[in-house]
Design a protein around this ligand. Structure first.
Ligand code: HC0
Ligand code: SF4
Length: 579
């Protein structure tokens, strides 16, 4: 152990602890722009590049960056004396001298770490001037890159390369010309970017933001002759409240529905309905492959991989094309919802599919890209017309002057708004496979589950595994969240050493609750845990908790689809992948 003094207080830490962590352990926050650490999620960025975290160490001539200076026995440290504060102000002014001043119209305004720090340090004037960097903006279907606003903190580089192992973003050129970009400075659209949005989730400034579709929604809501419906993803309800000052983990399902109705959506539906539908399709596929495997069919592909996360789909299409026939062919719930809305619900309403506008509210940026994939359109009409993120929905609610916290709870509309607890937990890592197991167990064994909750499938560890006893048949389940963890499981499959029957993969650390479109969690993994707990609470409070018991899903099969994995289901609810 090491003993030192920070701001006059004695601190005891273990070897290797940085000054920043030691200060945090006694409640002293040292400001920083580049440093970020998410325990449990394999994310640590401490390049020591921003120099905002400098502190004074007695006996040293130079100030030390707290994020990458290890504690040493007997150190005496000042984190906020006048010399330190003055140095921080100078460093910040230098960063700001090469930063645009368009805070008023920046997408990150009010949520920008740089802006907040300038406010905290009381910067009112920039004493340094000179040339500013200027790069062209890059607009993909999901993400906007405005590198004039980049402060080279490299959080996005760590997210993309180390956490996600996608390897799209890296610093190119040196010195003043340094810029974080894909290889050859190509646009994201032409790179292997998965649109997972994890770079956006950790960017401290407005350099990386979502493609803003709020104006498209407003246009649709006032367009004559259009019926506009909305579907909300499971993870949105567990985080939207944070945008309105509610503590993380507050469930706002009823308020969200009320707000959407006030915004003018004719029908407020739930993606969770389609999540139940996904379980019917994916679960049937799983059981079919399992039965054939148990009967000795050597051609059957196992493990089956979940396919509902579009960032993950794009990842395996680019990086593991040889495994393209292993994932389930089931569309994501977002797209299943769109297909049912356009091909079934529009008919129920007696309108042309082109006059039904389907909007989705997602915790995810890749969902914007997913809507634009050509296989999800019919004659140029997308099954889901517009996808907005949780943050964009909050923006719309603010636009409309709706007092969110005062709204009385309202219920989703029927028939596409009824879901079970299984649909709700899709939004957190492990939830999709737990939902699938609840249904697969009962169909496979013909017996009711002794206990609906599968605690062994829950948690925040990056890779988890469990064996579930299907009345004498052991079923091996794998779970990975974060594409870096997914890669490890895929390498095992490629090497022929994977013993799993089914694997759930979600691109974002934490699953959809940690999606790139969620309120910024500022690197606090406790926020993700609270959001996950909120979804498990909503599940536990539902009367029906298994997808195959959703009466509206059953009615949809009876009246329209036929049977799971039947002909019409295949046509409408399944997809194919591209290498
Ligand atoms: Fe998800 Fe989904 S669970 S990917 O995270 O499967 O975005 O919340 O909507 O589609 O349901 C996201 C969340 C969804 C889909 C669902 C799945
Ligand atoms: Fe990398 Fe994901 Fe950002 Fe694309 S969206 S650049 S894959 S972190």
């Amino acid at each position: 152990v090491i003993q030192l003094t920070i701001d006059g207080k004695k601190v005891v830490v273990s070897e290797g602890t940085t000054l920043l962590e030691a200060a945090k352990s006694i409640g002293v926050t040292i400001p920083s722009l580049c440093y970020m650490k998410l325990d449990d999620l394999n994310f640590e960025n401490r390049p020591g590049s921003c120099r905002i975290c400098v502190v004074e160490v007695e006996g040293r001539r130079n100030l030390a960056p707290a994020c990458c200076t290890p504690c040493a026995d007997g150190m005496v440290v000042q984190t906020h004396n006048l010399r330190v504060i003055q140095a921080r102000r100078t460093v910040l002014e230098l960063i700001l001298s090469n930063h645009p001043f368009d805070c008023l119209i920046c997408a990150k305004s009010g949520k920008c770490d740089l802006q907040a720090l300038a406010q905290q340090l009381g910067i009112r004037q920039i004493h340094y001037s000179g040339e500013k960097s200027h790069y062209k903006c890059d607009a993909s279907p999901a993400i906007l890159r405005d590198m004039d606003k980049c402060i080279l903190c490299r959080r996005c580089v760590t997210a993309c390369n180390e956490v996600q192992t996608v390897g799209v973003l890296s610093p190119v050129y040196r010195g003043f010309h340094s810029v974080v970009a894909p290889a050859f400075e190509m646009d994201l659209d032409h790179s292997n970017c998965t649109y997972c949005g994890q770079c956006v989730a950790v960017c401290p400034t407005g350099a990386l933001t979502e493609q803003d579709n709020t104006w498209m929604v407003l246009d649709a809501l006032v367009a004559p002759g259009k019926t506009v419906v909305v579907q909300t993803a499971p993870a949105v309800r567990a985080a939207l409240g944070e945008e309105f000052g509610l503590p993380p983990g507050t469930l706002v399902t009823g308020k969200m529905v009320a707000a959407l109705r006030q915004l003018g959506f004719k029908y407020v539906f739930d993606t969770d309905f389609a999540a139940d539908l996904t379980i019917m399709e994916e679960g049937t596929e799983l059981l079919d492959r399992l039965k054939r495997h148990l009967e000795g069919d050597a051609t059957v592909k196992l493990p089956i991989l979940t396919s509902c996360c579009p960032g993950w789909v794009k990842f395996f299409e680019h990086q593991f094309p040889e495994l393209i026939d292993i994932p389930s062919t089931a569309k994501s719930p977002q797209q299943m919802f769109g297909a049912v809305a356009k091909n079934y619900f529009a008919k129920q309403l007696g309108i042309d599919r082109k006059d039904l506008v389907v909007v989705s509210v997602m915790p995810c940026l890749a969902k914007k890209y997913e809507c634009s994939r050509p296989e999800f359109s019919t004659d140029g009409d997308p099954d889901v017309n517009i996808s907005i993120s949780t943050r964009e929905l909050a923006q719309l609610i603010r636009h409309a002057n709706i007092d969110f916290n005062m709204l009385a709870d309202e219920e989703f509309d029927h028939p596409l708004g009824e879901s079970t607890g299984a649909g709700v937990i899709f939004g957190t890592t492990g939830g999709v496979i737990e939902a699938a197991v609840r249904t697969a167990y009962e169909v496979f064994t013909g017996q009711p589950l002794p206990r609906v909750d599968f605690d062994v499938l829950r948690g925040m560890e990056g890779i988890r595994c469990a064996t579930i006893d299907f009345a004498g048949t052991p079923i091996h389940i794998g779970i990975a969240h974060g594409l870096g963890h997914a890669r490890r499981l895929l390498e095992e499959i490629k090497a022929g050493v994977s013993s799993y029957h089914a694997i759930e993969i979600m691109a974002c650390p934490g699953g959809c609750i940690g999606g790139g479109g969620q309120p910024y969690h500022h690197g606090n993994v406790e926020v993700l845990k609270k959001r996950a707990a909120a979804l498990y609470r909503e599940d536990a409070n539902k009367c029906i908790r298994k997808s195959h018991e959703n009466p509206y899903v059953m009615a949809l099969y009876q009246q329209f689809l036929g049977k799971p994995c039947g002909e019409l289901s295949h046509q409408l609810l399944h997809t194919h992948y591209f290498d």
